[in-house]
Write a protein that binds this ligand. Structure first.
Ligand code: NDP
Length: 321
């Protein structure tokens, strides 16, 4: 394995190792922090670029146990953070940019320059939205192309929009977009949705949403802003343009695990491999939880569950060495 070197000039001399360093601040990271803090391990959490993780780009969360009337995603993540901090978790805004996991204490570098030593590392870096990979999609990103309806939906009042995808995210986001848009075209590459039945039904029942089946987006057209999307029916090959002011992409996510590629074993999709019934990775003292290692469930509650497991695994590991 080719190991990326640490940046020159960063010295670890005199640094005191933290017992637990948690990388990532979604439900997994904060739950790991809560449990590690309550175990008196004084965890440090590095939030990454998006403190709170993907849930901060969601609206209503209706399926997190305990919130009878639902809760807003960003608000829920504030609750997670506050609860971890109440027991002494040290939450810091920063990005772990480099690491060396060859021996303990592990050597980490934050924001390219700050040295950090860790007896254990909990990886909770989550996942990031996927795009279609079209040239014009990239060019028009932020000018009508978006992967976050919650963030950008309100900019599109009274206009027609397109959204791509057939999973729960696409359902949730298309429903959300109907609050603003005149019409929402839901474009799906197959003839059946992948989303849960309850979400499908909500979409079917919404008069503002019209589904275009068996169809892919082959181009996004517009000079400075999105004006049209080009569609191709995958069964007939027929092409046509659809006039829309925005294109929302909701086709799944990729795990944020690039930083660990040289060190941790991963599956073909880049999800970190963990031992059966545990959050242990191939390196002793390094644990992985949440969407960075789970491509099956990917729920806030399962991420929180594995975050709890990671903290307990780290605690037991520290007690055993
Ligand atoms: P999914 O992987 O479930 O769905 C992705 C969708 O995008 C699929 O319909 C897929 O098509 C389509 N797709 C993938 N790649 C392309 C492409 N290149 N071009 C066109 N279409 C493409 O991702 P989601 O983000 O929707 O959901 C992830 C997980 O999070 C799921 O487990 C989901 O249940 C959960 N979730 C739950 C919510 C809730 O309960 N409130 C809300 C949001 C997500 P195909 O079906 O053909 O593969």
């Amino acid at each position: 394995m080719g190991l990326a070197p640490l940046p020159e000039g960063v010295s670890f001399e005199g640094a005191t190792p933290h017992q637990v360093v948690i990388i990532g601040s979604g439900p997994a990271g904060y739950t790991a922090a809560l449990y590690a803090a309550r175990a008196n391990l004084n965890p440090v959490v590095y939030t990454g670029l998006e403190p709170g993780g993907q849930l901060t780009t969601t609206t209503d969360v209706e399926n997190y146990p305990g919130y009878v009337d639902g809760v807003l995603g960003p608000e829920m993540m504030e609750h997670f953070k506050a609860q971890a901090e109440r027991f002494g978790a040290d939450v810091r805004f920063g990005i772990v940019s480099h690491l060396d996991l060859s021996e303990r204490p592990f050597r980490l570098v934050v924001d390219e320059e700050e040295p950090l030593l860790a007896e254990t590392v909990i990886v909770a870096t989550g996942a990031t939205a996927r795009y279609l990979g079209l040239e014009n999609e990239k060019r028009l990103l932020g000018r009508g192309v978006s992967a976050c309806a919650t963030c950008d939906g309100a900019f599109f009042r009274g206009v027609d929009l397109a959204i791509v995808g057939g999973g729960d995210t696409a359902m949730e986001e298309s429903l959300f977009l109907t609050r603003f848009a005149k019409k929402v075209w839901l474009i799906h590459r197959r003839e059946a949705l992948r989303a849960s039945r309850i979400m499908q039904q909500r979409v079917f029942d919404n008069d503002k949403i019209q589904i275009i089946w068996d169809t892919i987006v082959t181009d996004v057209l517009g000079r400075d802003e999105v004006e049209r999307v080009r569609l191709r029916n995958v069964k007939t090959g027929a092409e046509r343009d659809l006039a829309v002011k925005g294109l929302f992409v909701a086709i799944g996510h990729d795990p944020n695990t690039g930083l660990f590629k040289s060190w941790l074993e991963m599956d073909d999709l880049g999800y970190i491999k963990t031992m059966p019934d545990s959050t242990r990775t191939n390196i002793q003292g390094v644990f992985a939880c949440g969407d960075a290692q789970d491509h099956t469930y990917r729920q806030a509650v399962t991420a929180a569950g594995t975050g709890c497991m990671a903290a307990i695994d780290a605690e037991r590991f520290l007690a055993s060495v």
